[in-house]
Design a protein around this ligand. Structure first.
Ligand code: FE2
Ligand code: FE2
Length: 270
């Protein structure tokens, strides 16, 4: 997190974050979590019993500056990627193979943004993961699959197609689980973490809001697995509804607080 040198800005952003959570609470959870509760629960159970996932979480906990893509983001991506593998693999693979693919999805999910603050962070993250995974109990093929998936996860960038179907599924599941975060999480977690890390003021945030909403719409058509194509657009639609409501309220409050005869400095509560 960034330094807390400017209490006025941070107090305002902190109020805005609370407002975003209250808006999000007025909507039902994304359809994926309601309809795929069993797979998400199973992925969580496997995540919590996977020593390699624990080791990866410990590694990223020691790294700073993920700019809105830290531990909470990594954990959610890992668990959702594992759930996508369970859904997609249940009819196509034997149980042991599916469970091993879930382990790889967890590792890829945790490490995928390890170089988030670097240029070409997916490629740089893949290189970093390759070094980290040398010490892990994975076959060469498994290591390559995780590294390739991380290298392929950035939105609106060309992605390599992978020869092995399991590696392709891992790569696609990681991408989709990461882009699920462009839904409600974008407004309840990510924009506040990024603003805090980079010391972005509410004025700058509001200036960039309409362009940000527009760019979110473009991700809707990029989901890669059939599960992602089924549930991804729902995440994005929900996120956009939250974002649009938030933008209207913030802008209204900001205008009111900026007017010379207004003494208020807090956002109105829902
Ligand atoms: Fe990323
Ligand atoms: Fe990410």
């Amino acid at each position: 997190m960034g330094t807390k040198q400017n209490p006025v800005i941070l107090q305002t952003l902190s109020d805005a974050k609370i407002l975003s959570e209250k808006i999000a609470d007025t909507f039902a959870a994304p359809r994926f979590y309601r309809e795929k509760k069993i797979e998400v629960g199973e992925s969580l159970r496997l995540f919590e019993n996977n020593p390699m996932a624990t080791a990866c979480m410990e590694i990223i906990a020691t790294r700073a500056n993920f700019s809105g893509h830290g531990l909470s983001h990594a954990r959610k991506v890992a668990i959702d990627a594992g759930a996508i593998i369970l859904i997609e693999g249940q009819h196509a693979m034997e149980n042991d193979r599916v469970n091993r693919a879930v382990v790889l999805a967890h590792i890829a999910g945790i490490l995928h943004d390890i170089k988030r603050s670097s240029k070409n962070h997916a490629r740089r993250g893949a290189e970093e993961a390759r070094k980290i995974l040398r010490g892990f109990d994975l076959t060469d093929k498994e290591q390559v699959s995780v590294v390739d998936a991380i290298g392929n996860h950035e939105a609106f960038q060309p992605c390599a197609s992978l020869a092995a179907p399991d590696a392709q599924l891992l790569s696609d599941a990681l991408y989709d689980a990461d882009k699920f975060r462009w839904g409600p999480d974008n407004f309840t977690e990510m924009i506040w973490d990024i603003s805090d890390t980079l010391d972005i003021s509410i004025e700058i945030l509001l200036d960039h809001f309409p362009a940000g909403l527009k760019s979110l719409k473009k991700i809707r058509d990029t989901f890669r697995t059939s599960t992602g194509r089924e549930y991804g657009p729902d995440f994005i639609t929900l996120g956009l509804k939250i974002g649009e409501m938030l933008y209207k309220k913030l802008e209204k409050e900001h205008r009111r607080n900026s007017s010379p005869d207004c003494g208020g400095d807090r956002y109105e509560r829902l």
